[in-house]
Design a protein around this ligand. Structure first.
Ligand code: GLN
Length: 549
C-alpha cells in the first residue's frame, strides 16, 4: 500500500511548489523509500503540448511520449528516475475521460456531475501510480493556487482521499508565502493564515506549512503561524530563498521537512539520508575552476522557463566540468549577417535552440554559419539541428533557397521535410513524433566518442526531419549523419568532419540530463567550450571582468 502526500499552494503562484515537492521526494528517496511525483494541472488543455512556451514555459516530454508540464523535468532531474504519461494530468484529460465514458453509456440513466463523477476520475488518477505497487510514496503536486475556481474539484478530491485513507497514509503539505514588508520591517503571516483558512473552508486541513520567505523566520513567528494555522510548531517549515534550486533539498533536510512527514506517515526506523552523490554535485557546483560563456540562440529567450531543461542540463554539465557556464541569451530574431560577428564574438560555444515556425530562423542560420566558419563549438537541438542542415545546404552545397518545408513549402531544396507518417495527420494535440526512440551511432564519430556507445535512446518532439534524398550530397561535402533510427533510417545526429565540435541532434538530450547523470553531449560541449576558451587565451579573470563591465 502506497502512502500519499499532497502539495498545495497558497497566496500566489510561482512559489516553487515543484521544487519543494521534488526536494521532499529526494529526501524520502535518500532515506530508502521508492517515491514518485505527479502533477495535476487545473487547465482545460488535454496536455500542455498545444501551449505556447510564453504561456507555459517548456513542454517536457517523457519516454512514453507524453507532453507534460515542466515540473516533471524537475522531478526527473531530482529523483533520477523517469516519469510517464500517468505523472501529469489536466482538467482537460479528466473531462475527456468522463465525457468519453458518458458517450459509451457508462453512466446510463444518470446525470453526470462534477461531484462525484469528475472528482472520482481525479481520485482514480491520483491513486493510479500508488496502486501500481511500484512505489512506497506518491507525491501529488496540485497546480494553481488554493482559492482558484478551477482547482476546486482537485481540492475536493484531496479532501475525500484524506477522509477515506487511514490518517497515517495521507499528508497534506501547504506551500505559502511570508512576505517581508520593508516599510514595517516585518515578515507578515496574515496571507498565510488566510490561505490556510481558505483551504480549510474547502475541507482540507494541511498537516505541514512550508513558508517561502526572503528572511529567516524566528521561533516566535513559527509559533504564531502554527497557532493560527492549527499545526504544531515543528510542522512549520521555513523555505528561505536559495542560490540554486539544488540546495533546496539540503535546506529542507535542515528544517526537518522529511522527518515531520515521515512521522505523520508513521514511518518508524527510517534510515539516515544518503545524499552522497547530491552533495558531491553541490560541492562541484559551488567551486568552479573555470568559466565559459555559451550563447543560447532562440526566439523565446525573454522567458527562461521556455528553455528550462537546457539551462538545467548546463548546470549539471558545468558542475561535472567544474566550470561555471554563463548563458548569454541571443535573440534569434535580432541576429543577422551584419551584426552576427559583433553579437557572438565573445562566446565560447553556441547552442541553437529548438522551436517551431519561421520567426527567428534566419538568425539561427546566421549563428550556425558563424560557429561553423569560426570553428566555435556548436550544438543544435531539434530545430537547431535542422538549421545546421539548412545552413550547410545553402553555404557549402550552394543551394541558396534550401529550407525546411515547415517555413517554405515551395523551396526547390527541401533538405528538411515533413515525415511521411506526419503527412496524413490533421489534429495538432499529441500527434508529433513523441517520446523515446532508439538511435544507432556510427563508429569513429564524435557522437560515438561522446556517448561511448553504439546504441542510445533519446526523446523526440518534432514533425519535420532530415530529407534522406540528399544524404549523399551532404556526406560528400563533409556533413556526416552519425546517428540514425535503426527501424526507419531517420537521421538523428549530424556532425561536421572538419570542425573541433559541431553536433546537431534531432532529439532533445536536455530532457534526460539529471543531477546524478548529466547528459554526455552537454558535458562534452562544455568541455569543448572550455578548450576553446583556453585556446583563445581567455582567462577566468578576463571573462569575469567582461561580464561585470
Ligand atoms: N519545428 C520543428 C519540427 O517540428 C522542430 C521541433 C523542435 O525543435 N522541437 O520538426
Amino acid at each position: 500500500m502506497a502512502k500519499y502526500i499532497f502539495v498545495t499552494g497558497g497566496v500566489t503562484s510561482s512559489l516553487g511548489k515543484g521544487i519543494v515537492a521534488a526536494s521532499l521526494a529526494k529526501l524520502l528517496q535518500a532515506r530508502g523509500l521508492k517515491v514518485t511525483i505527479q502533477k495535476f494541472d487545473p487547465y482545460i488543455n488535454v496536455d500542455p503540448g498545444t501551449l505556447n512556451p510564453y504561456e507555459h514555459g517548456e513542454c517536457y516530454v517523457t519516454d512514453d511520449g507524453a507532453e507534460t508540464d515542466l515540473d516533471l523535468g524537475h522531478y526527473e532531474r531530482f529523483l533520477n528516475i523517469p516519469t510517464s504519461q500517468a505523472n501529469n494530468v489536466t482538467t482537460g484529460r479528466i473531462y475527456q475521460t468522463v465525457i468519453n465514458k458518458e458517450r459509451e453509456g457508462a453512466y446510463l440513466g444518470k446525470t453526470v456531475q462534477v461531484v462525484p463523477h469528475i472528482t472520482d476520475e481525479i481520485k482514480r488518477r491520483m491513486m493510479l501510480l500508488g496502486n501500481s505497487g511500484q512505489f512506497d510514496v506518491v507525491i501529488t503536486e496540485l497546480g494553481g493556487t488554493v482559492g482558484d475556481i478551477e482547482s476546486l474539484p482537485f481540492v475536493e478530491a484531496v479532501r475525500q482521499i484524506q477522509w477515506e485513507l487511514p490518517e497515517e497514509d495521507c499528508v497534506v503539505v501547504h506551500l505559502t508565502l511570508i512576505p517581508y514588508l520593508k516599510s514595517a520591517k516585518e515578515l507578515k503571516t496574515k496571507p498565510t493564515q488566510h490561505s490556510v483558512r481558505l483551504l480549510s473552508q474547502e475541507g482540507v486541513h494541511p498537516n505541514v506549512i512550508v513558508c517561502r520567505t526572503e528572511r529567516p523566520l524566528n521561533n516566535e513567528l513559527k509559533k504564531k503561524i502554527a497557532l493560527f494555522c492549527n499545526v504544531k510548531p515543528d510542522a512549520v517549515i521555513e523555505a528561505i530563498d536559495a542560490n540554486s534550486i539544488y540546495e533546496v533539498p539540503i535546506k529542507m533536510l535542515e528544517e526537518g521537512l522529511d522527518v515531520i512527514v515521515l512521522k505523520k506517515l508513521h514511518y518508524n526506523g527510517y534510515s539516515a539520508p544518503d545524499l552522497t552523490k547530491w552533495n558531491v554535485f553541490l560541492d562541484k557546483l559551488g567551486a568552479p575552476k573555470s568559466k565559459v560563456s555559451i550563447g543560447l540562440v532562440g526566439k523565446y529567450v525573454e522567458l527562461q522557463d521556455a528553455y528550462k531543461s537546457i539551462l538545467e542540463a548546463f548546470v549539471h554539465a558545468g558542475a561535472l566540468n567544474q566550470c561555471k557556464v554563463q548563458i548569454v541569451n541571443v535573440h534569434s530574431e535580432h541576429l543577422n549577417a551584419k551584426n552576427v560577428q559583433d553579437k557572438l564574438k565573445d562566446l565560447d560555444g553556441l547552442l541553437v535552440a529548438p522551436g517551431f515556425g519561421s520567426r527567428g530562423v534566419e538568425g539561427k542560420i546566421e549563428a550556425v554559419r558563424y560557429a561553423r566558419e569560426n570553428k566555435i563549438p556548436f550544438f543544435g537541438i531539434c530545430l537547431g539541428m535542422q538549421m545546421a542542415v539548412i545552413e550547410f545546404a545553402r553555404n557549402v552545397l550552394g543551394w541558396v533557397d534550401a529550407h525546411s518545408t515547415e517555413m517554405d513549402a515551395s523551396t526547390s531544396r527541401p533538405v528538411i521535410a515533413l515525415m511521411d507518417e506526419q503527412k496524413k495527420i490533421k489534429n495538432k494535440g499529441g500527434t508529433m513524433r513523441l517520446g523515446a526512440y532508439a538511435c544507432d551511432i556510427e563508429e569513429g564519430t564524435l557522437a560515438n566518442s561522446i556517448y561511448q556507445s553504439n546504441q542510445i535512446s533519446e526523446r523526440h518532439r518534432h514533425r519535420w526531419e532530415f530529407n534522406n534524398n540528399y544524404i549523399n550530397d551532404f556526406q560528400h561535402a563533409g556533413m556526416m549523419t552519425s546517428g540514425k533510427n535503426p527501424a526507419n533510417g531517420l537521421v538523428e545526429i549530424i556532425e561536421l568532419k572538419e570542425h573541433p565540435f559541431f553536433i546537431g541532434v534531432q532529439y532533445h538530450p536536455e530532457l534526460k540530463s539529471t543531477v546524478e547523470n548529466p547528459h554526455p553531449i552537454f558535458v562534452s560541449f562544455v568541455k569543448a567550450a572550455k578548450e576553446y576558451a583556453a585556446s583563445h587565451g581567455k582567462s577566468v579573470k578576463q571573462t569575469v571582468e567582461k561580464q561585470s563591465a
